[in-house]
Design a protein around this ligand. Structure first.
Ligand code: URA
Length: 216
């Protein structure tokens, strides 16, 4: 696993992370979604540096310039529902990307115990494509691993880039053992703890609820 933690360098990204964490500012769901989207844009830019490029000539009104452009076939798959604003942020930069959606939720047998259920998948072929997997909160890592297990059965995936906003160290350690070695993880920031319910501490709370409202 190649881990790229963007908070190692101070940048404007810190402002967006600070706003999604802030217990007052995050109550504005439109601003919360927009900040996640902006973080997705920044992560996309950084991730693009690891893709394969091929040069082609562009004609300007005054001449010609050879410019390297992304050559990989990309599929962006987001984990519903919290992944949607992050999905939009990535889509803002990779406008020709193919899209996939997958559901994963925690089915609790007690407040502390749960298993991950993957029930819905809408995806193009992943054969020989670069898969960008978007999940804003990498907590235990079990949903990402479950999602990848399902996606991996659908085709021969060329490479995986995981895009996440906040990751717990425990989740990073877990997915390292469940994804191919050449996988890249792009994360805006890393927290050290998980609580007994599998939430990231200090984290930000429930990303899906903050973006789209409480669920039953
Ligand atoms: N999902 C969230 O939305 N928040 C967490 O802290 C963990 C998983």
């Amino acid at each position: 696993m190649n881990i790229h933690n963007l908070d190692k360098t101070n940048s404007i990204l810190n402002h967006f992370i600070s706003e999604i964490r802030d217990h007052e500012i995050q109550k504005d769901s439109m601003r919360f979604r927009r900040n996640i989207e902006r973080i997705g844009e920044i992560l996309s830019y950084e991730m693009s540096k690891e893709l394969n490029f091929q040069s082609s000539a562009v004609k300007t009104p005054l001449g010609e310039k050879v410019i390297p452009k992304v050559a990989d076939d990309l599929v962006l798959c987001s984990v519903l529902r919290a992944g949607l604003p992050l999905h939009q942020g990535i889509l803002n930069y990779f406008d020709q990307i193919e899209n996939a959606f997958i559901s994963a939720y925690r089915k609790h047998s007690s407040p502390e115990e749960f298993e991950i259920k993957v029930e819905y998948l809408a995806s193009p072929s992943l054969e020989n494509k670069v898969l960008i997997l978007a999940d804003p909160m990498l907590a235990t890592g079990s949903s990402l691993a479950a999602v990848y297990e399902v996606l991996n059965k659908t085709g021969n995936i060329k490479q995986v880039h995981i895009v996440s906003v906040i990751a717990a160290q425990q989740g990073i350690d877990f997915i390292t053992n469940h994804f191919p070695k050449d996988t890249h993880l792009w994360v805006a920031t890393v927290d050290q703890q998980l609580n007994s319910k599998g939430y990231i501490v200090p984290g930000l709370g429930d990303a899906g609820d903050l973006a789209y409202g409480n669920k039953l």
